[in-house]
Write a protein that binds this ligand. Structure first.
Ligand SMILES: [Cu+2]
Length: 193
């Protein structure tokens, strides 16, 4: 509040100073108008030198007002430095990625377009978690391995009922094939970097 009051007072002084200077300049113009002879020109120079001190005061007032502004700007800069730090901490770290088990996958057909899991192929980073959500009415499993070789033992959801979900966190890099033990045409892959 004190800073604002000082700025307001300084601004008022500046306006008065400029007004006085302008009045003095206007007076000079009125003096010049009727005057045509050379001596009047000499008188014109004197009022101009008198107007300069007012201009100097106005400049000093402006400088005082400007010197107050940078202090407030420093406070704002400190606030700005804190804001970028928080998003960086939030963006780093493990993520949870969703995979959908679409409706109708209990009947063959989705394998022709590699759509038995959506997406059927997914790339994540080590430490990330994949969450499979069953949007079908039939129960499915998410089982590591392949229909030809069977379960690999890395992860197995057992039966995921309609509307339910299953999560697995991948801590080690590698390529993980998985399938549904109920419907062996349903296959997917998780690539962990
Ligand atoms: Cu299934």
């Amino acid at each position: 509040m004190a800073g604002i009051d000082k700025a307001a007072i300084a601004f008022s002084i500046a306006i008065v100073a400029v007004g006085v200077g302008f009045a003095a300049f206007a007076g000079n113009v009125q003096d010049n108008t009727p005057a045509v002879s050379a001596p009047v020109m000499t008188k014109t120079m004197e009022p101009k030198t008198q107007a300069d001190p007012f201009a100097d005061i106005a400049d000093k007032v402006k400088q005082d007002a400007e010197s107050t502004t940078p202090e407030e700007t420093v406070v704002e800069d400190e606030t700005v430095v804190e804001e970028p730090a928080a998003p960086v901490e939030e963006s780093s770290g493990p993520e949870t990625v969703s995979v959908e088990i679409p409706k109708g996958t209990s009947s063959p057909g989705c394998e022709t377009s590699n759509a038995c899991f959506s997406p059927a192929s997914l790339t994540i980073n080590a430490g990330d978690t994949v969450e499979w959500t069953n949007t079908d009415t039939a129960a499915h499993t998410v089982t590591s391995g392949s229909p030809a070789n069977g379960p690999s033992g890395v992860f197995d959801s057992s039966l995921i009922m309609g509307g339910a979900s299953f999560e697995n966190t991948f801590d080690e890099a590698g390529s993980y094939d998985y399938f549904c033990m109920v419907h062996p045409w349903m296959v997917g892959n998780i690539q962990v970097n």
